[in-house]
Design a protein around this ligand. Sequence first.
Ligand SMILES: [Zn+2]
Length: 357
Amino acid sequence: MKAIFFLLHLTNNGFGGLEHKDSCSLIYSRYGFRDKERYNRFRQLVAHEFFHLWNVKRIRPKALETFDYERENYTTSLWFSEGTTSYYDMVIPLRSRIYDIKTFLKNLSQEITRFLSIPGRKVQPLSESSFDAWIKLYRRDANSDNSQISYYLKGELVSLLLDLLIRERHKNTRSLDDVMRLMWKKFGKDEIGFTPEQLQDAIESIAEIDLSDFFERYIDGLEELPFDKYLEPFGLQLKSILEEDASPYLGIKVQAENGKQIVKFVEADSPAGLAGIDAEDELLAINGIRVSIEQLNERLKDHRVGDIIQVTVFHQDELKTLSVQLASPQPGRYEVVRIENPSEIQKQNLIGWLERV
Ligand SMILES: [Zn+2]
């Protein structure tokens, strides 16, 4: 095997990577090596870019078969190129014993929490997110989280579901690893581009099941990812954690900016969104009394779910007071946890997935 170069650019606070054919370029914080969690995150980044030597640099979508640096290259398959790579950047540290199972499940829980907090997952299908990468992913605005979902994040979680689906059907004798090997043999080795149909074929031939329905729902469609259905055979489930004294749900994120409190994000369909509060509004008062960012949560706790409060904002310099009906508190986070009394099969499935590596 050829030497692979990792070019590491240390900066004060950067994070990112770019894959090349026999090397990669990483940006990372020069002070991020002592803290264990940050260092692990760095090792995950290394795993990610290393995996790209196969997935993306050699196993690549037809649209990227010959790189054309002069124009955009549209493809619906980045969920596989980036998302599946992101799934493996969690799995590889587990297999090399950098992560124990607990850490792996904690990371997975954080990813699911992040995913379920982005309303855009109900608006933009995964394949479209990939296709629009050129015009959207790197050009974000205040409404991005309401209208888009990252093909990295959702692609990673769809890859998780596919891995679990294949493993369950074949009692862990097959997995997404076999899909990667097949993709390498059929396309990567000779650097032939694959079409979305060929990718689906490859996954189906390993899974030995027609996946049209799966693709329609979770890759081309907008159905919520059914985590529990896929985790259950492994003796796991997704638990939503509601903080004990969570405040009623309003649905805005506010930031201080030049001495003003600016609404930076309004969740679509949230009480604030329905009442007409907009991103870039300046938040002034609740029920006629000035409110600070620090006080906001506490002030909401003075009210019950269903209460109507008056929120005063400057909307494009126009003073407005809007009636907002508060809704039930939202789960603060999600955790993948083991179910009580798993069956022998569930235990074996879990061992096959996470321990026997
Ligand atoms: Zn990547």
